[in-house]
Design a protein around this ligand. Sequence first.
Ligand code: P5A
Length: 435
Amino acid sequence: MRLSQFFLPLIKETPSEAQIASHRLMLRAGMVRQLAAGIYNWLPLGLMVLRNIENIIRDEMNKAGALEVLMPTLQPTELWKESGRYDALGKEMLRFPDRAERELLYSPTCEEVITDIVRNNFKSYRDAGKNLYQIQWKFRDEVRPRFGVMRGREFLMKDSYSFDMDYEAAKKTYNKMYDTYLNMFARMGLTAVPVRADSGAIGGDLSHEFHVVAETGESAVYYDKAFDDIRDGKVKMTTEEMRQLYAAADEKHDPNAIAPDRLREARGIEVGHIFYLGTKYSKALKATLPAANGEQVTLEMGCYGVGVSRLVGAIIEASHDDNGIIWPESVAPFKVGLINLRVGDAKCDEMCSTLYGKLQAAGVSVLYDDTDERAGGKFASMDLIGLPWQIIIGPKGAEKGVVEMKNRKTGEKHEIGMDEALSKVVPPKAGMAAL
Ligand code: P5A
């Protein structure tokens, strides 16, 4: 993508409405714009990151054997009367009549609808064991939407729902999701701490929240210091070992359950939440299946949420500096920022075009700054949007056939040849043949 043709409305000043780094940086980097309180437009750069996050989630859910579906954002209220939750969500649930005066709601979550799908379409115990997920917009009329996409009113969620024949199978599914969540967050460059939590309006009696530790987090979390060691790369642990470690949300914290010298207290951003639901919804909505012996069994459910749009903010909270965002490669909107310091200089233009072409041919996503802005501005913009690699080409280097390569995260800069620069960013197998 050529910057001259891209839509990247950067902001130099610090936006006054933003209280935390991620919100400030998402506005400054031209990723989102607020349309109304807690409701955001996603501009190209922001949407690219959102899609990358979605794809990691999709990949991990598919690997875990879950099946993707898509339910509508609008629902009739009848199912909520049947489940007994019509009043439970109060004003958070946005309700409105259609032209026939039938009441609709904008889905805040989908336990009712998915249970309705299952009761109407699963026929026997052979259909059980399925985990159905979607990545879909939700609406919750939060009293205090804030921190940009972190606590929005409209937000993107990955929500999945599992249906098993008995407690043992449901527990297994729950544990599989626990493992899947740790993998998916790790792939986004995050160490999420899974803390025991209350299940609130969703229900059930076993639940974990997954928290990214950050000073700006809205929740207090308490956990074994081993989680910090895992994050810092000092210790490796299996998820089974992690399950044994102490970790609790505020309402579940018991200071007597952990040695004081092991306890860490921190602020966390909740990026995921999993629940063992038991039969709360299946009983109310009569989702039963005949077992092998013909007996009708009420399904054992679980539900599993990920804050997809919130993750964009959470990753920035975990990875930025004074100059801007530092994207982990797996979610970066582009892998490389190519900076032409002297547009119009024949040598610079030619070298940039060659590199741009080779990167594209090798399948490396690249944003080519081909604008005539001054050097200082180009460096600042590229640092702000946080692409993992910068390749800088100026008249002096072009003369010698060398480029400057900068790693955004470490700040390391090297003057190197064009082929060496390519070999740093082109993945070995796919790339070399294309060169
Ligand atoms: C789980 C899937 C549920 O809704 N039902 C379906 C369950 N859980 S939850 O904890 O209420 O939400 C799941 C995740 O969604 C994110 N989230 C939000 N993100 C941005 N703005 C909001 N207002 C918001 N509310 C919830 C969180 O990451 C949460 O863990």
